[in-house]
Design a protein around this ligand. Sequence first.
Ligand code: FES
Ligand code: FE
Length: 408
Amino acid sequence: MTGKPTLHPTPWQDEISELIAGYKRGYALAQPFYTSEAVFQRDVDRVFLKEWHLVGHVSELPEPGDYLLFELLGESVIVVRNREGAFHALANVCRHRGSRVCLEPRGNVSRFSCPYHAWVYNLDGSLFSARLMGADTDKNSLGLKRFAIEVFHGLIYVCFSDRPEDFSTARTMLEPMVAPFGLVRTRIAARTSYPVAANWKLLVENYNECYHCTAAHPEFSRSHVIHLPERLYEPLNAKVGARAAGTGAPADRLDATGPNKPKGAIDIYYRRYALFDGYETGSEDGKPLAPLLGDLSGWDSAASDIYVGILNPMLVYSDHAVIYRFIPVDKDNSIQEIIWLVHEDAVEGRDYDKDRLTWLWDVTTESDKLIIEKNQEGVNSRFYEPGPFSPMESHTRWFVESYLRTIA
Ligand code: FES
Ligand code: FE
């Protein structure tokens, strides 16, 4: 036989291409996007192994040798601070015969020692020693594999891809908006995981629209104007600029997501929007929850929607930040993780009450968990047929279209 073998697409490649080709613009996705194992595997390859993931905050790793494990879809990554203060993201896979090197989820080490045959690695992943190996062992080629890592205002992001989306636009374009909040000078006040029996896309779709907020989130809707149709909330938002400027909070808008972003760059978004009168922050009673963030000089009764990548949205009030992480478990299950940040000097019990701080996004996420799971149950039905998006679901529509381009 001569010549190259002909490559035939596998059946599931055909299936996914047909699904994408059959998508009706302006409508929800067809059932297999939420139920097919082949689609989920494509999501893993094209989305989760390519996107940047927020894995933690620098305040979790203050000392040289401090590390934490970032675990996703069976992979384990050691995120560690080295002696010079820089961070590394290392595959937790020994270069000898593949054992996990690091077993504890958090800790402090001077070096990593594999529990199997005791190869030892430096904090930058390079191989320090390999006991009883021959003199011809090439130690230089046997370091732990490294992943791309970026630290942006104290937030640590990791990407599995060796050609990650460019982070530099996020640095230059988002810098003036994010800097006044001093996120590098915050710490994690609370962190909660909500298991959701649904495909990860239903979580992201839900987060990206507030068409459901009036019905599902009375607690959120009485303080945040964003649940209103645009023609109603825009007049309320018109006052935010002056209010924000008075406190040092940026009120500019930036949308560099989907088709608006520079080619090869990470998705970024910034917008500060109004809270209703009487609400200085996202609290139950409208009153402040914690000391002001960063350089702010007062409460402007507003919140900033910020995206650094599609999987890491956050909401920044004047006195705290709330970070969302969408974590896939398998095609039918996900975890919604929420991280609350407060000023690094804020002391629990003295400067803030944890239950008050977390109240809004806890009740809101519990409600979302329920509606997303009921969404999945309906989507699983033999009678499910995708319906049209409303104008208030424009961001969800953007996500769906952007997702289809990503997996195509
Ligand atoms: Fe790690 Fe052998 S597998 S030292
Ligand atoms: Fe919601």
